[in-house]
Ligand binder design. Structure first.
Ligand code: GDP
Length: 303
């Protein structure tokens, strides 16, 4: 249901166009596939993924001896789910936790993508699951970032460990770990600065933060989540490429899916980066963070 609501813009646009196409063509031919390809590309599914999908559809049409376009429509959902998961096990772990002590999550992403909001939502979600959460205000670069995180901390009811603006993020994270440990907290979520202008700076900063985390807690961070704004389309993909070169990413959080008609970006990200989409943001409220599920997603596109 959440996906259904959150995806209404994409659904109205995408499945509206597919329905229109099916009504206009009725019988399957090459032109039908060409128009379908256009629709998928416009929805930001990603060129390579679209090519794969069209190939698979053509193959199925032949194999099942499908003649009518409405039947192809049914195969689209099926194939989208297949393509999303690829050869992977469908049971992607929602989040990895430390079984023996403090769990540390690192959250990275460019300013404005919804990083702070996502941290707030995630903290709320974990609290609901009965976990004690602490936040570390590791974005010491952007003016206002620390205060913004504190507002979320208050809203959700979790402590925020901070230093002053301009201070060393690795030192903030170090303090965050000590404080979380002394409080007996379960999870520490670390914010980080999202400046992409200088890749070397970004890499150095993230690698320093990572070193501190690894030194304090072996096998940490347990998740390194990249937050991407789905409304930025192919830009999100290029951000992801840069971040994945700067640090080891374990998952993606795709925000603002409710604000775009191009929800197909989920497919493109999964296929072109080979990093699982773990959560999607479907609104501005604290409860608007949904664990990603390709079945529910594709259902939401057509429902
Ligand atoms: P940051 O600079 O990356 O920390 O971004 P913020 O967390 O401040 O978010 C930027 C804006 O995007 C804010 O107005 C948020 O309310 C909004 N936002 C974040 N996530 C979502 C989402 O999933 N859906 C919608 N509609 N808005 C969101």
């Amino acid at each position: 249901e959440k996906f259904k609501q959150g995806l209404s813009k994409t659904r109205d646009s995408f499945s509206g166009k597919v329905n229109d196409l099916v009504a206009r063509y009725r019988t399957v031919d090459e032109d039908f596939f060409e128009e379908l390809e256009e629709i998928l590309i416009t929805a930001d599914v990603g060129v390579n993924t679209v090519m794969d999908l069209i190939d698979e559809l053509k193959f199925e049409v032949k194999r099942r001896n499908i003649k009518e376009t409405y039947e192809v429509k049914e195969v689209i959902s099926e194939k989208l789910v297949d393509i999303y998961y690829g050869d992977d096990n469908e049971e992607v772990e929602e989040l990895t936790f430390n079984e023996d002590g403090l769990t540390v999550f690192l959250v990275v992403g460019v300013n404005g993508v919804g990083k702070t909001t996502t941290i707030g939502k995630l903290a709320h979600r974990l609290k609901e699951q009965g976990k004690n959460v602490v936040l570390a205000a590791g974005d010491t670069f952007r003016a206002g970032a620390i205060e913004q995180l504190e507002i979320w901390g208050e809203r959700v009811g979790v402590p925020v460990i901070k230093h002053s603006e301009g201070s060393d993020p690795a030192a903030v994270v170090y303090d965050g770990i000590q404080s979380a440990k002394s409080k007996g907290a379960d999870v520490l979520i670390c914010d980080t600065a999202g400046r992409l202008q200088n890749k070397v700076n970004l890499m150095n900063e993230l690698s320093k933060v990572n070193k501190v985390i690894e030194r304090e807690i072996p096998d940490a961070p347990h998740e390194s989540l990249l937050v991407l704004d789905s409304t930025t389309g192919q830009n999100a993909l290029s951000q992801a490429k840069i971040f994945s070169e700067a640090t080891n990413l374990s998952g993606i959080v795709l925000t603002k899916l409710d604000g775009t008609a191009k929800g197909g970006i989920v497919m493109a990200i999964r296929k072109e980066l080979d990093i699982p989409v773990k959560f999607v943001g479907l609104g501005e409220k604290v409860t608007d963070l949904q664990a990603f599920d390709a079945h529910a997603f594709v259902y939401g596109l057509f429902a």
